[in-house]
Design a binder for this molecule. Sequence first.
Ligand SMILES: Nc1nc(=O)c2c([nH]1)NC[C@@H]1CN(c3ccc(C(=O)N[C@@H](CCC(=O)O)C(=O)O)cc3)C=[N+]21
Length: 289
Amino acid sequence: MAQVIDGKKWSSVSRQETAQTVELLKAKGVKPGLVVILLGEHPASMSYVRGKDKAATEAGIYSEVIHLPSSTTETALVQLIERLNHDDRFHGILVQLPLPEHINEQSVIAAIAPHKDVDGFHPVNVGALALGISGFVPCTPLGVMKLLEYEGIDVTGKHAVVIGRSNIVGKPMAQLLLSKSATVTICHSKTQNLSAFTRQADLLVAAIGKPCVIKADMIKPQSVVIDVGINRLDGKLCGDVDYASASEVAQFITPVPGGVGPMTIAMLLHNTVLAAQRMAGITTSEVLP
Ligand SMILES: Nc1nc(=O)c2c([nH]1)NC[C@@H]1CN(c3ccc(C(=O)N[C@@H](CCC(=O)O)C(=O)O)cc3)C=[N+]21
């Protein structure tokens, strides 16, 4: 039976570390601030945004949500972002994705000042990650790396197989694992004979977006299985991995819910505080708890 990686527990540990750093920053006169922009009334997006707002406030971060109609124009959204780029109350700006179809996501992301891009989606931060220099790392893959670190799982020399090639999860996930000296394979929807790859995986990261498609017979015994999928099946949340059967084969596994999702929010708070720290010119060693 696999060991369950408790994302809720580790997210709470991480958020407490962040809250301590916030206290130290406040003692130096810096109050970290996050603004989340949400367009439209999509129920899942509204629920995520509420979760972020609540977690930020609990960590002592000043948090605002700007909720706009889905009819908002790209020009108006970009103008708002440009104003927030110059608003000193906010160290982090997050535009909730996906955006309505009439808006070009890349144009909106490019309008965010890179030093406030706590999602790590701006081309400057994507480039920084590719080069291995300092920037902001996307919250979901960063949360996965943090879970591995907390659990004491070393990926050096291991074969990591990432399923999914999105800019938000798959690509940055592969970069991070590579930077930790894993041997990395990226699979995707056009991959032929997917299970031939997944069966070789010491670490399997599933970011597919289809419920329960990774079955036990696709998993290498005693491997680490990280499920990034958040799917809704008949009103119930489930991952990309068939958890019941996979947990019979793997050594470690993340559940859905309660796995990677909560860590994503914890890393957003972490990035926001990091942004505030950097903007104030405070080095990490000055605020380490
Ligand atoms: N600019 C932007 N940045 C994002 O980081 C971003 C985004 N847009 N758009 C949507 C996705 C999705 N996302 C999640 C965050 C937390 C949970 C989470 O906490 N999930 C809980 C369950 C929550 C529930 O019950 O619905 C769990 O897995 O246990 C899930 C998904 C961030 N995203």
